[in-house]
Design a protein around this ligand. Sequence first.
Ligand SMILES: [Fe+2]
Length: 238
Amino acid sequence: MNDDLTPDATGNDDLTRDATGNDDLTRDATGSSRRAVLKAGVVGAATVGLTVTGLAGAQEPAAALTLTPSCTDGDDTPRNIEGPFFKPNSPLRTDLVTGGVTGVLLNLTGRVYNLRCQPVAGALLDFWQADSRGAYDNRTFTLRGHQFSAADGTFRLNTIVPKDYPGRTIHIHVKVQARNGPVLTTQLFFPDNTRAYGMNVRALNARDRYINRECTITLGPPGANRYDGTFDFVIRVA
Ligand SMILES: [Fe+2]
């Protein structure tokens, strides 16, 4: 079963049509855009760097090859399907580790940029995700929250690494919107070497229909039941 294929209660918007259909999103995922071409060049450079590091004796995790979308490549962060579990009116909070929430902690930080690489202040970021058992709370607002980027465009989300659920690799849903700008609905993914809940994230990522590696969180090394991660959004502001 693939829950994210089910159109959500708010009706058939463009993203839902993309999910069940076959156009823009598929093209993004398969990487025929200018962005993908640019990324290919950057990946090549990263690979060279990794090789040099390897020669020096250090074993760099494969995650080093994963790239976060950048404002410098001239494109905005790719969108992705909303899925069936979005709920409007989430609480205003940056800390989603509320009572009863357990799991591998994730401190996610980053910035919101516009296409000219300028920080976007006051952008709405609305996050929602599954818990450490792969379940969404659709009754209350556990692991849901919205916040606004700071004057320098930064945001900070205190949460947990989600677990996978049938048909999907691990991901965090998010909507990002500058004041009076269009809503970017997308999903953040995790590197193949993410360690949590005994999951084989590499295998999960490999078979996920909706994964977009450009939207992979950059994770630091695993700590004591926690990760630090970064992700920058690039959004259209009008
Ligand atoms: Fe989901």
